[in-house]
Design a protein around this ligand. Structure first.
Ligand SMILES: Nc1nc2c(c(=O)[nH]1)N[C@H]1C(S)=C(S)[C@@H](COP(=O)(O)OP(=O)(O)OC[C@H]3O[C@@H](n4cnc5c(=O)[nH]c(N)nc54)[C@H](O)[C@@H]3O)O[C@H]1N2
Ligand SMILES: Nc1nc2c(c(=O)[nH]1)N[C@H]1C(S)=C(S)[C@@H](COP(=O)(O)OP(=O)(O)OC[C@H]3O[C@@H](n4cnc5c(=O)[nH]c(N)nc54)[C@H](O)[C@@H]3O)O[C@H]1N2
Ligand code: SF4
Ligand SMILES: [Mo]
Length: 755
């Protein structure tokens, strides 16, 4: 028996990047605790941290490739699996072209360093023209606003929580989610500190959430009406001369257009529609514009609704008009150690082309996942016949789950890179499972860009890669070689590059990126590597990398200097000496230097939003029947659809309930715990009622990520806490017509009490 040892790493399960200390012995985890020496999270963890053990040790987690046969799943060798996948995909590509191949990348892809790093070249090699991800059921409107206003989809403004005096939180519930597009170790503690400094937390949400309970003010709002409230706040600010853009004024386009666009939205006019008294909107506008530092922030509830696009724009407009963008205590931009914006990854694009069946706009080259089933089920040129999924569970996570199930079952070929046989992957012909969570290194390429401080940390693998297993990137790279080389010589080049990267390891690639970054020695010879990782011209880049056009790359590979600490600046060696992570300082003003717009100015009133305001204006004149509407909900002990197989997380009272206000419950004759049927145009589900005055009357709430009863799912614990899937009753046809994001909140429903 070995002595127990300690391992320090970042928990990758949500965006908060908590440092954890894991004690382990002989390959098994003994304890998982908060790492008090982590400068970012200072020992904070949530109950999900222990799930690192449960995931690593889960007997249901796949340890090797499997193939679906008529009689069940059969283990196969990696070679057989890669052969089968390559043969099937190439045959379909040859017969029908790249339009017939689709890919869906799910949320954990962005929490998995090596997968994220090699996803773009993989997509390039695959030649998939039909790309989908969780973006279109999540943060798309925030990225669209960044693209249109700041010129780059990744220039997301982060609330400077530690220095603000007023945090206006719209449609986010950090007490459950731990913060999103807002990485902040111990976010609730940080908010408490703000309140202790005399700052105010204001929560706009149809439910009095766990965050709202802690707030100085909770503003209940009718779902989907945030744009009206925001327009009225801006109108009030302009009408009273409370605007003060400060230094931003010299960097702005569109001031007058914005002012005109909100002019008719007086607080009185929006009161009926939003359910917010005019006086409250007036007070919010006054407080926000008079606070020394204020920041408005909108998350899932603000994004995934029928006015998600304009809502996220108006939130940023509010920050700008009050001078709170790019300013201490306002909404700021990070200067990350690996700067994807500075590295020149694609700024992104919107509506450059449209989806085949429904004509929905692409965003960043992707179509909304709400139309994935249409693209699979609708015959014609460009119909998807083969699908690749990576770390995604669209059967549960995307609207129209029942039809998604049908669509996936009809595919000619499907391969999933995933750790489980779940609601989605059970349709795959082959599953290629990557290494367990503690068997690979971790570096937050994305969340360092979204954090309230500039931080950086590397977590080495805690356990060696078990024999016969592969990391996400190794799976992706093998497929890059097999699918990406059109000719023999191209394949040979890619194979040679694969060997180079095998030797470098993910750590070596990260080292190069760190050294090329703003805190490194600024090795500038990485263009070929960057182009490769951005998915541009694979074989050519392999060639130029191999031809020594990237001296830094080779220097790193050849000399032991790669891991030596003599290097100046930030490197992997530096990070290895700082097992608790490094704090690189508070957020700093970034504009105009980091602005990426063509005009060099912040675009305050992009045309697409001005046009969409028509839709918001029309709402002022329509009288609509008051129907019951449904919103979503997250719980601290859950994580989307894939962590219900940890008994420690799912045990306790049933969390898949329909929350309903007592008045509504009485109206429908519903008692506590009684089964209730929820129906929409799409379908129906039945679940227990949970009566709560935290709900706004007229609004019910159901969590997502449940519905594990589906036949063939191999998740023992989850199946015993199956619940039902909200996305079985959410209409996949319902999208924000501007951005294409799914409408997951404010969904009209009918309910009926069952006996
Ligand atoms: N424990 C846990 N943590 C998670 C996750 C998880 O599943 N569980 N998921 C992770 C992921 S992928 C993400 S994207 C983040 C999400 O992070 P958050 O956005 O902070 O999380 P949600 O709980 O979805 O918060 C959305 C809130 O919007 C409210 N809402 C619904 N409709 C409306 C509306 O029309 N207007 C307004 N103003 N509010 C509305 C809901 O009541 C809810 O409180 O959390 C991440 N962290
Ligand atoms: N109604 C409603 N629907 C929603 C939401 C909502 O608020 N309401 N929220 C939406 C949001 S914000 C999101 S982000 C999406 C999430 O949607 P998805 O990303 O589609 O779903 P997840 O539940 O995150 O599924 C993650 C999958 O990744 C696998 N996995 C986990 N770790 C790894 C890994 O390291 N490598 C690989 N290869 N696989 C791994 C898991 O087994 C699981 O199959 O759901 C969305 N759906
Ligand atoms: S809040 Fe919980 S799930 Fe998120 S990083 Fe921290 S410990 Fe992990
Ligand atoms: Mo998400």
């Amino acid at each position: 028996m070995m002595q127990p040892s300690e391992h320090f790493r970042t928990c990758h399960l949500c965006e908060a990047m908590c440092g954890v200390v894991i004690t382990h012995q002989d390959g098994s985890v003994l304890t998982v605790k908060g790492d008090k020496q982590d400068p970012f999270s200072r020992g904070h963890v949530c109950p999900k941290a222990v799930a690192l053990k449960d995931l690593q040790e889960d007997p249901d987690r796949l340890r090797g490739p499997v193939r679906r046969t008529a009689t069940g799943w059969e283990p196969i060798s990696w070679d057989e699996a890669f052969d089968l996948v390559t043969r099937s995909l190439l045959a379909i590509r040859k017969q029908y072209g790249g339009n017939a191949i689709g890919i869906y990348a799910g949320n954990p892809t962005v929490h998995n360093t090596s997968a994220l790093m090699f996803m773009a070249p993989f997509i390039h090699a695959l030649g998939a023209r039909q790309r989908f991800s969780a973006t279109s059921i999540d943060q798309l409107p925030a990225m669209l606003a960044a693209l249109k206003m700041m010129g780059h989809q990744m220039l997301l403004a982060i609330p400077d929580l530690d220095r603000t005096d007023y945090f206006l939180c719209i449609g986010g519930n950090p007490a459950a989610s731990n913060g999103s597009l807002l990485s902040a170790g111990n976010i609730m503690g940080r908010l408490r500190s703000m309140q202790q400094r005399g700052g105010k937390l204001v929560v706009v949400d149809p439910r009095r959430t766990e965050t709202a309970e802690k707030a100085d003010r909770h503003v209940p709002i009718r779902p989907g009406r945030d744009a009206l409230m925001l327009a009225a706040m801006l109108q009030t600010i302009f009408a009273h001369g409370w605007e003060r853009p400060g230094r931003l004024l010299n960097m702005l386009n569109g001031w007058d257009e914005l002012k005109a666009a909100v002019a008719e939205f007086t607080p009185e006019k929006v009161t009926m529609l939003t359910g917010i008294p005019a006086q409250v909107i007036f007070e919010l506008a006054h407080e926000f514009s008079h606070a020394p530092h204020a920041v408005a922030y909108g998350r899932v509830g603000a994004c995934t609704q029928s006015l998600g696009g304009v809502t996220l724009w108006l939130i940023q407009a509010l920050n700008i008009v009050t001078g709170n963008l790019d300013r201490e205590g306002g909404a700021m931009f990070t200067h990350p150690a690996i700067d994807l914006v500075g590295m020149g990854i694609e700024p992104g694009g919107f509506a450059r082309f449209h989806s085949r069946v429904k004509g929905l706009p692409e965003f960043g080259g992707e179509f909304p996942v709400t139309t994935l089933a249409d693209e699979i089920l609708t015959p014609g040129d460009g119909q998807i016949r083969a699908l690749v999924t990576h770390a995604g569970n669209p059967v549960l996570s995307a609207p129209g789950g029942v039809r998604m199930d049908e669509a996936l079952a009809s595919l000619d070929f499907m391969v999933s890179m995933d750790i489980y046989i779940n609601e989605t992957t059970r349709h795959a012909h082959v599953i290629l499972p990557p290494s367990g969570p503690l068997e690979h290194g971790h570096f937050d390429l994305i969340f360092n860009m979204l954090a309230v401080r500039n931080v950086v940390r590397y977590s080495p693998p805690m356990l060696p890669l078990p024999a016969g297993q592969k990391h996400d990137w190794q799976i992706l790279f093998e497929l890059i070689v097999r699918l990406g080389g059109q000719t023999r010589s191209q394949r040979l080049r890619l194979r040679a590059l694969q060997r180079v990267i095998e030797r470098l390891g993910m750590e070596g690639v990260l080292d190069l990126m760190l050294r090329a970054g703003p805190y490194g020695t600024r090795v500038k010879a990485l263009t070929a590597l960057q182009d490769f990782l951005a998915g541009r011209a694979l074989a050519e880049q392999a060639e130029s990398l191999l031809k020594n056009k990237a001296p830094g790359f080779w220097r790193g590979l050849r000399s032991s200097s790669l891991m030596s600490s003599k290097q100046q600046g930030l490197s992997m060696a530096r990070l290895r000496q700082a097992p608790h992570g490094l704090d690189l300082g508070p957020l700093m003003p970034a504009f105009p230097e980091r602005l990426q717009t063509r005009s060099g100015c912040i675009e305050l009133a992009p045309e697409i939003y001005l046009q969409d305001m028509q839709r918001v204006r029309q709402m002022l004149d329509t009288v609509e029947p008051r129907s019951l509407v449904m919103i979503g909900r997250r719980h601290l002990r859950s994580n989307n659809s894939w962590m219900h197989n940890s008994y420690r997380l799912v045990k306790g009272p049933d969390r898949c309930t329909l929350m309903i206000h007592p008045e509504d419950a009485a109206h429908y004759g519903l008692g506590e715990g009684q089964m209730v049927r929820v129906s929409t145009v799409t379908g129906q589900v039945e679940l227990p009622a949970e009566i709560s005055d935290a709900m706004m009357p007229g609004v019910v709430s159901m969590p997502h990520g449940f519905g594990h009863h589906r036949l063939g799912v191999q998740l023992q614990v989850a199946a015993a806490h199956a619940g039902v899937s909200i996305n079985d009753v959410i209409d996949a046809n319902s999208v924000d017509t501007l951005s294409g994001v799914a409408v997951l909140n404010g969904v009209p429903v009918e309910i009926m009490a069952l006996n």
